[in-house]
Design a protein around this ligand. Sequence first.
Ligand code: GLC
Length: 430
Amino acid sequence: MRKSLVLALLLSMILVVSGSVFAEKAEITIAGGSVGQELELTKEAAQMYMEEHPDVKVNVLDTPDLATDRLGLYLQFLEAESPKVDVYQVDVIWPGDLAEHFLDLYNYGAKDMVDDHFQAIVENNTVDGRLVAMPWFTDAGLLYYRQDLLDKYGYDVPQTWQEFERTAKAIQEGERAAGNQDFYGYVWQGDAYEGLTCNALEFIYSNGGGTIVSPDKKITINNEKAIEAIDMASDWVGYISPPGVTGLAEESARKIWEAGNAAFMRNWPYAYPLGNVEGSAIKGKYDVAPLPAGDSGKSAATLGGWNLAVSKYSEHPEVAADFALFMAGPKVQKLRAVKGSFNPTIKSLYQDEEVLEASPFFGSLYEVFTNAVARPSTATAPRYNEVSRLFFQAVHSVLTDEMEARTAIEYLELDLVDLLGYEIGEPRQP
Ligand code: GLC
């Protein structure tokens, strides 16, 4: 036998035995978020993967912060069937709309892993029996509050939106009288994008106004409770929230909050560790709670979160899928939970001491994460993103005083009937 043949045989035996190297050198790209610490943590995890797989190079592509803009970028790659991105970080609302572009991860070893993850997310990511994305982290809307200011003015953490409004107003007046003219009661995500859909759904659902379109495919948005909730939020613009709240997203709200210029903020868990860094104006002064309840008597948090999908157009599907499963595995999820407060989708990590120490609310608000209300992405797929755009545009037009809530919602209902062809129905009470 020739020497080279012996070498080749040996090499292939090593490949099979180790299972950790691929038959070819590969370069893959993951398109990921860069909100908060996302980008650096994705790079750190990619580095860990490359150390275990010296034959693979992983590039991390930075993408726009706003989910709606990110989707626009992804669609450019996907519709062109581009192999430039192999792994996509996809929003929990996208599997139904984008399924046709992604591989079935069940064909790449995901079967052995899915039982460790929250079942609802696995189901969300399963389209026609195909697992089109691996759960990566979950999200839910939270109320960030300044404990020092509640103490200073003698308030408890508000439980209802009415109490909340009064508390936010009183603290705002007090802080302004004390000299901070830039101070506001409440910052949230009011710009015309997916984040507004999340905020508005929380106002509406907590008020008993349903989920825009119900899980059984009825258009339920045109109801008194929904109109009342949108009116409530619209009254806050320029009152307890800055007039510019209609242009705020997660990161811009966080900046105001971290500068010490807001009593309350609505945001996702990722903002939790960021205000506690050395030199922060709010270090050690805040905590998180469930969002206030509306008339339904229940608090509502919109379910968010991100998943990892492998493009059908990848030139290295095996490597890309292996990388996606590694990223979604316990080691990387724990790293992200400890350093960045990204909620794991792996159930057992909620019992992990280091994880709970870094983000105690993962334990105390566990129910908020497991009972979060889903946007109607499954009921409206593959048209969810059009539904959401119509919805946030309608709500935004009310926030900016271009339309009355009632009129905006009536038009929205007509548009949704046109788009989806579904019947009109009553919202389900939570
Ligand atoms: C967060 C959520 C995501 C949501 C987005 C809206 O990133 O995880 O699900 O769509 O915010 O801004």
